[in-house]
Design a protein around this ligand. Structure first.
Ligand code: GLA
Length: 718
């Protein structure tokens, strides 16, 4: 995987302030008149991968009608890779796999059309698809005609196995332009309305720079996974490309994961909001029949869908992103704006902007429609929300005559902040509870309170009631809070703030939750080191350890590239002697990126990862595989790795690293240490295998912008 360079976004932020007033879309659509708003629908890939078949497609189409998704605007039913037979027929025509699609594709298209929906299919610009079925290279016109004859309405066109060597002197991007243009023209020549979706998101492809004249959408980022880190990576890789999208030509950060079980409802809500704000295609890639009512409600949120489908087709623009707190604004056809406040960090916090910063005219009162809570309120200009970590608040904002404002309740925000976000056990800090009135009318009889989990002491430091709070004012109460004296290595406790008040008519309540990390300090003989760019947290309680950090990993593929060590570790100094055994059980292994992980590491000097040579690491990777990485060449970093094939694991997993001079054998156990499987025996270069090495546990979240916590127990060395 590669992450889209952040540079793309930064460029966007620098210029966006000046553009907000009347941002014009510069994208030129291909003019097939299709996808004038971002496509909506379903694609099988992430629900079943190569398991697609006619029955699934038809049942999903039925489900879309029955569950309300069709009515909500979802109309494409898209088949991804693996629908084909392994070879073409005698005339060179593509044929569907006879067991998956016994009657071919046409009857499936007819069935889908009969329900008022449309059918999409998958092909590839190369000689074979990514899953090695026949590609369209050299057969573009024939395949386009086949698709049209079947009644296909949408083609996703991939970039695997393109024979670049047949185009001497052309860059890969140029070859892609040639081949994607061929298919685009071939589809047009059929005379059928077929949406053309390019799937070529690899480093350097940059399809947003050249895709608009020939296609309706193009992938911006690598294949998404159902976890917050992956979603965040694809968001960050797309959010800066707002100038390249417009009606008929959209940035595609990949298929929606809502329903696949790897993220929380809050995270799925963020995904849906961010995709809509970015005018991204809303294509669900999950088993629709298995959606919970709450997941379905996300897919069917009409307010958020309307933002995505706004006819102006302007992708939302980032106004700010400092410290992972994002403010985005999207101009809507009625003159309003859709504002998303997205908290990509792990800690709840207030995110604030103003109506004028969002691009609305000044000197007004504004109506705020909260698209998730459905509350309607008025503000004098401030737009803010207390947003949980990984969560969003999403509003549409419209200017309002003052006389209309009085009919609405003022927007109020209850928020909590801790002076120190992390405490040692038994230590104290101050928590501030603040109630803001963003409206233009007063709020009466405000009363605030704070509670915490058992074991905490709370002392209020001022009055908790206020008879009257004017518009534009806030009321803050401070509390001295003291953490319980003893606990696990790193624990998150929740504070709950509660407010009651009279906004308008009747009494209302609000609540807010804030997590506070309590760490049991790491003491001798254990030491800590943090070679990431964002401060890590460490905790130890006996032989149970925890590390909360962000960082790319102990190595960053491709091997051979300069080392980009970024991880945090708890270790013992010079404890891995020439003959030694290190062991730990990883009890939580948060996934993310492709190079993150948690496990054991040995190196000459743990505090100098760029100076001392890395020796060996044995860990659970963010793909839930067991990986052993080692320094075979004697260079600065690990340059070899081995992944246990066909094994994916879930914590707890025990890891054991046995050293005999420069030979290391890795083992893992999935049954609490009763039975051990060998990972590999490797030989580390002599100069990377010091006499007595530092040895410890490490954690890397896999992404530089994402903090996760790994937990370990029974760390021992002998
Ligand atoms: C690539 C694409 C995915 C999916 C698979 C199918 O990885 O990026 O979206 O289509 O191929 O093989």
């Amino acid at each position: 995987m590669q992450m889209r360079p952040l540079r793309v976004f930064l460029l966007g932020v620098c210029v966006c302030a000046g553009l907000l007033a009347g941002l014009a879309s510069t994208a030129v659509a291909e003019g097939n008149g299709l996808a004038l708003t971002p496509p909506m629908g379903w694609n099988d890939w992430y629900s079943i991968y190569c398991g697609v078949n006619a029955q699934l497609v038809e049942q999903t189409a039925q489900e879309m009608v029955a569950n309300g998704m069709k009515a909500a605007g979802y109309d494409y039913v898209n088949i991804d890779d693996c629908w084909m037979a392994g070879s073409r027929d005698a005339s060179g025509n593509l044929v569907a796999d006879p067991t998956r699609f016994p009657d071919g594709i046409k009857p499936v298209a007819d069935y889908v059309h009969g329900l008022g929906l449309k059918l999409g299919i998958y092909e590839d610009a190369g000689t074979t698809t990514c899953a090695h079925f026949p590609g369209s290279f050299g057969r573009e016109a024939q395949d386009a005609a086949t698709f049209a004859s079947w009644g296909v309405d949408y083609v996703k066109y991939d970039r695997c196995n393109i024979p670049y060597s047949e185009f001497p002197g052309e860059s890969e991007q140029q070859v892609q332009q040639i081949l994607y243009t061929r298919m685009s023209n071939a589809l047009k020549a059929t005379g059928r309305d077929i949406v053309f979706s390019m799937c070529n998101p690899d480093l350097g492809d940059d399809p947003w720079l050249w895709g608009a004249p020939i296609s309706n959408l193009w992938r911006t980022t690598t294949d998404i996974q159902d976890n917050f880190g992956s979603m965040l990576g694809n968001f960050e890789g797309t959010v800066g490309l707002y100038r390249d999208a417009g009606p008929g030509a959209w940035n595609d950060p990949d298929l929606l994961q809502i329903g696949n079980g790897g993220s929380s409802l809050l995270e799925y809500t963020s995904e849906f909001s961010l995709w809509a704000e970015m005018s991204a295609p809303l294509i669900a890639s999950t088993n629709l029949a298995g959606l919970t009512p709450a997941e379905r409600a996300i897919y069917e949120n009409s307010g958020v869908i309307a933002v995505d489908q706004d006819p102006l087709g302007q992708q939302g623009v980032p106004i700010s992103s400092a410290h992972g707190l994002w403010v985005l604004t999207k101009k809507l056809s009625g003159g309003g704006r859709a504002v998303v406040l997205f908290n990509s960090t792990n800690t709840a916090t207030t995110i604030a902007t103003t109506a004028t910063a969002a691009g609305l005219p000044g000197r007004h009162v504004y109506r705020l429609d909260n698209l998730w809570t459905r509350e309607v309120s008025q503000t004098g200009g401030a737009i803010s929300a207390f947003v949980p970590g990984h969560g969003v608040a999403m509003f549409t904002v419209t200017a309002l005559a003052k006389r209309h404002a009085v009919a609405l309740a003022p927007q109020t925000v209850l928020s909590l902040t801790a002076a120190a976000p992390q405490l040692g056990s038994g230590r104290s800090t101050t928590v501030y509870e603040s109630f803001a009135n963003n409206g233009v009318s007063e709020v009466k009889r405000v009363s605030l309170s704070l509670s915490a989990w058992p074991g905490w002491q709370i002392k209020r430091l001022g009055r908790a009631r206020l008879p009257l709070l004017e518009g534009g004012q806030h009321f803050t109460v401070a509390y001295r809070v003291t953490a319980p004296a003893a606990g696990p290595p790193l624990a998150i406790s929740l504070f709950t703030g509660a407010a009651s008040y009279d906004p308008h008519r009747g009494r209302r309540t609000a609540s807010a939750k804030l997590g506070e990390t309590v760490a049991s300090p790491v003491g001798s003989p254990l030491r800590t080191t943090d070679v990431t760019t964002h401060p890590a947290s460490f905790g130890a309680s006996g032989r149970a350890l925890a590390i909360s950090s962000r960082g790319v990993g102990v190595f960053n593929p491709p091997f051979g590239a300069p080392p980009t060590d970024s991880y945090a570790a708890i270790y013992e100094h010079a404890k891995a002697r020439r003959s030694s055994v290190a062991q730990v059980t990883v009890t939580s292994d948060p996934a993310g990126g492709t190079s993150g992980g948690a496990g054991l590491i040995e190196r000459g000097d743990m505090t100098a990862p760029k100076g001392s040579r890395e020796a060996v690491a044995l860990f659970i990777s963010s793909n839930a595989t067991i990986v052993m990485a080692w320094n075979g060449s004697g260079g600065a970093a690990v340059d070899q790795h081995f992944t246990v094939p066909s094994v994916t694991v879930r914590a707890p997993v025990a890891l054991r690293l046995v050293r005999k001079r420069s030979h290391y054998t890795g083992y893992y156990s999935l049954d609490g240490g009763d039975t051990w499987q060998t990972v590999d025996t490797v030989t580390v270069a002599a100069n990377a295998s010091a006499g007595a090495q530092d040895v410890g546990v490490f954690h890397a979240s896999g992404l530089p912008t994402w903090t996760t916590t790994a937990r370990f127990r029974d760390f021992r060395i002998r």
